[in-house]
Design a protein around this ligand. Structure first.
Ligand code: GSH
Length: 209
């Protein structure tokens, strides 16, 4: 059985969401970021970056949320959730996934870093405005990639929609308005999936009291 190391309201929900979509049982270990548990020797042995999500698999531990989602769905959800390797839909999948993690997500992460995550001495206040500009620019590309399709690769909900859904939820939580009608409808559709709600609920239930 898989063990997911995570913390509520972080990128670990992406992996929990994928596991829930697949209907796979998994153990969930809350790594309390606020208490610094991600920097303990035991956890760093699992993930040298000291970050969550980390997934314990039969091949050892795995990090990087987008890679974990793709690996899990390729392994257990080929028919249902993944475009076939080498197909045109898979081209759209790989293109969108790379765009999400290199273009759309970094401005949101920069806002967090320059708000509180970096040591105070390394925070730059003007980065908030730069990040907003970069995010809005990347959203124009996102709208073009989605176009009028149901999902990012066409009619099939796939792993890349998990990562996109999480980023759009993060953006809304950071005060961005989704101005494109199709993007807004897409976000509502993806984020209302029962597997997302179950993943979110399960993570919150594991918060230490
Ligand atoms: N690129 C990584 C980023 C992982 C990451 O930064 N996780 C955050 C929580 S969302 C974390 O563990 N932060 C703790 C820290 O940076 O000290 C992924 O997508 O999995």
């Amino acid at each position: 059985m898989y063990t997911l190391y995570g913390f509520p309201r972080t990128r670990s929900v992406r992996v929990a969401w994928a596991l829930e979509e697949l209907g796979l049982p998994y153990e969930y270990t809350c790594v309390n970021l606020k208490a610094g548990e991600h920097r303990t020797e035991g956890f760093v042995a699992l993930n040298p970056a000291g970050k969550i999500p980390t997934l314990q698999t039969e091949f050892g531990s795995m990090s990087e949320s987008a890679a974990i989602v793709t690996w899990l769905l390729d392994k257990h959800g080929q028919q249902e959730f993944m475009p076939v390797l080498g197909s045109g839909e898979r081209l759209l999948y790989e293109q969108a996934m790379a765009f999400l993690i290199t273009e759309l997500e970094p401005p949101l992460w920069n806002m967090v870093k320059h708000d509180f995550a970096l040591p105070e001495s390394h925070r730059i206040a003007q980065m908030q405005e730069v990040a907003k500009y970069e995010f809005n620019t990347a959203m124009t590309t996102f709208s073009a990639l989605l176009a009028n399709n149901d999902y990012l690769t066409g009619p099939l909900f796939t792993g890349v929609d998990i990562v996109a859904g999480h980023i759009l939820s993060w953006a809304k939580g950071s005060g961005f308005e989704l101005t494109d009608d199709n993007v807004r409808a897409y976000a509502d559709k993806v984020l209302s999936r029962p597997a997302y709600r179950a993943a979110w609920k399960n993570e919150v239930a594991h918060l230490p009291t």
